[in-house]
Write a protein that binds this ligand. Sequence first.
Ligand SMILES: Cc1ncc(C[n+]2csc(CCOP(=O)(O)OP(=O)(O)O)c2C)c(N)n1
Length: 342
Amino acid sequence: MASTETAPAEVSAHLTAEDRVGLLRAMLLMRGIEERAMTLYRQGKVPGSFYDGYGQEAVSAGAAWAMAPQDRLCILHRDLAAHLIRGVTPARIFAQYMGRAGGVTGGREGNVHFGDRKLGCVGMVSMLPDMMLVATGMAMAFKLRGEARCAITWFGDGSTSRGDFHEAMNWAGVQRLPVIFVLENNQYAYSTPTTAQFAVSPVERAAAYGFPGVQVDGNDAEAMFEATRQARERGLAGEGATLIEAVTMRMHGHAAHDDMKYVPAEQVEEWRAKDPIDRQVRRVEELGVDVDALREEVRAEIDAGVEEALAMPMPDGATARDQLFADQEALLSDGRGPWSGF
Ligand SMILES: Cc1ncc(C[n+]2csc(CCOP(=O)(O)OP(=O)(O)O)c2C)c(N)n1
């Protein structure tokens, strides 16, 4: 029976102390990398604009932590922690931002549009929210092949007003697909507030398509983990899709060029007090972990990553047309055993 639920706030029994520190580490890395990238952007080293997920780190970290290697992730531009958790290194990310040869796409895509197939991540499609359809299609393939795998994707509140959102939700519901939809409700779609976006809480829409919608504190990495873990279990048990509404706040402008003057200052201050990293720091400190040392370790990793990326060459123009189309033979024989290709 479809329902709308609120996820429990208590600590997940499925997280070890190491996991809890790992979640904090991933969020610190995400924030540190994006802050450094903004500086590189202002120095003219990152072409295009720059988009970040400041204040939303728990949404991608918590959800990605619940996924297994054989699962597939359609990651959006505000979800860097998911790439990090899958194993993309800071150096490759900085190189991607700067369009260098060593970036994930080797300079072939927009700076935040990337995905390393070998790590189970799909290159981002910019037309929002088409990644919902891609994730749904992958889940359909898993079901048809009888594979115990799940697909997950993230998208914003603005995306819920598009037809593709409803198409993906409908097909996932009709087919009871192992797919997890993470609605990153960060209160604004560019300058449009949610009050101008939907007349009902979007999480309630899941019921209309025959699967549960769960509202989660999106600034709580552990709650995000637990909600996603449960959604994944449902998917693998053949019980179908789940919509997770992660309630959070976009703490920076839409992109580097946007000063978000349209957001009331009190709203930003209110959410600053709910910072997802501060929250995880408090928990991890209770475990007796030296968070200053962890911050130092993360900073050193970022410094080394920037240095490595800055030393990389720009791509060779002669390779510009390489890797634009799938080579099916290579995809099916890339040595990843049963999870070759997607
Ligand atoms: C189909 C489509 N229309 C317009 C855009 C341009 N665009 C990029 S991001 C964005 C706002 C998205 O808002 P939301 O889905 O809430 O995500 P957020 O940026 O808040 O994370 C728009 C309109 C797009 N990428 N795709």
